[in-house]
Write a protein of this length. Structure first.
Length: 118
């Protein structure tokens, strides 16, 4: 892998970058197709696959309801992927960092649980 490829992140997938996962991105000059999306029986949802599904819905390839049915997702789960991408970029879809992106200052997790008990 070249130094240039090593620096590419998940955004390269969404913008048609030519990193090592470029085979999964739509070829330049042609629109996104269902073949560019993860298989319907996907069980392991890594950030790249989540970003591909969100990109498919945003590009009009399929509706949110079709994506949810195809991948057995709840609308809430799909919408959370979209919100995370909008707020923090595709890297926010990493499951190991989900708590960092969801927890904000002043959240109940940051407060003393016994302080509320009177």
């Amino acid at each position: 892998m070249s130094a240039q490829e090593a620096g590419r992140g998940p955004r390269a997938l969404l913008t048609g970058g030519n990193g090592r996962n470029a085979a999964k991105a739509a070829a330049p000059g042609r629109g996104l197709t269902l073949d560019d999306l993860p298989p319907p029986d996907t069980k392991r949802w890594v950030m790249r696959r989540k970003a591909q599904v969100v990109d498919g819905v945003r590009s009009g390839l399929l509706s949110m309801q079709e994506a949810c049915a195809r991948y057995t997702l709840s609308e809430e789960e799909f919408l959370s992927w979209q919100r995370l991408i909008d707020a923090h970029g595709p890297r926010a879809l990493r499951t190991t960092r989900l708590q960092d992106y969801r927890r904000g200052p002043g959240n109940a997790d940051d407060q003393d649980p016994l302080a509320a008990v009177g």
